[in-house]
Design a protein around this ligand. Sequence first.
Ligand SMILES: Cc1ncc(COP(=O)(O)O)c(C=O)c1O
Length: 351
Amino acid sequence: MRIVDLRSDTVTMPSPEMWAMLRSLENSNIGDDVEGEDPTVNELEEKAAKVIGKEAAVYVTSGTQGNLVSLLSQTNPGDEILLEELCHIYKNEVGSAARIGGLMIRTYPSNKGVPSLDQLQTLIRNKEDIHEPPTTLLSLENTHNYHGGVIIKPEVFKDMRVFSEKNNLKLHLDGARIFNAAVGLKVPVTEFTKHVDSVMFCLSKGLSCPVGSIVAGTKEFITTARRYRKMLGGGMRQAGIIASFGLIALEEKWINRLEEDHKNAELFAEKIESYDLPVKVNKPETNIVIVELLEKINISKIVTQLRKEGILSFNISKEKIRFVTHYGINEDDIKFSAHIIGNTLSKFLNR
Ligand SMILES: Cc1ncc(COP(=O)(O)O)c(C=O)c1O
């Protein structure tokens, strides 16, 4: 049976160039990374720092570990941090900031990931008052997953930088998909990252590596981040074997390939809309399409039925199904899956 897996860009397989890179490795290319002796990891970290525009970088096991390492490195237990109310760190990282970091989490509402500065200001604690925990970090997510892969523009980052400096906050970016944002707006990725103190981005999503993320920032921050990575079990010894994929992933050509995913998402959204069903489809800015059902219906039954027909997706709430385009999905897969989804939705919605 033909399967089109639109659950996430995390399901991607490595490209032929990545497999070739892996096969080309010899013992001399790998070493003990905990001792800083793995040449491939060192090369990847240097390359990542350069591409993302920061002094230094560290290879971590996952986006979740990278975000936590960033928070731990820039806060103290008992601090309060500001997270957007639908962000991945708050919703999907097992409350690690609280459990492991001892951090108080305060969420802020937003318009598609962009907070109002006035509202944000009201959330900052009074540092002079001994009753209150200090607010020490603000986090942004770009592109924003649960808001449908929307892009937060560089101008917003600039405002957030000014705000953070004024309030003595560290500014962290969960940039799991920051290259989608850069490619989507056709701007250098550094237009976003130059404004933040720390950034995490994933190699294992649209960039299609099998595993791994990067945390980047100043040299001093990365030295601390390495200690926390070790504490969290992220010291990976001969990690060059898995890190090697990232050397291909960070080539400009490979980053720009994301544009294909964005075009496919646009086509997918257009096709679903053409069925004229009681659904709301976001106009995708990058590689995520959210289909919101406007009639009350058991959404898991729809997702299960689609799975039976070979189309894999995730319901992200009682009303919304998420579809993500990625490497390995081509235009024909889009047409094929949109056709099945359109028909299935029509049946469920009695059209
Ligand atoms: C926005 C965002 N941040 C962080 C992560 C965590 O990445 P990982 O799955 O590698 O832990 C994800 C994963 O989907 C994500 O979408």
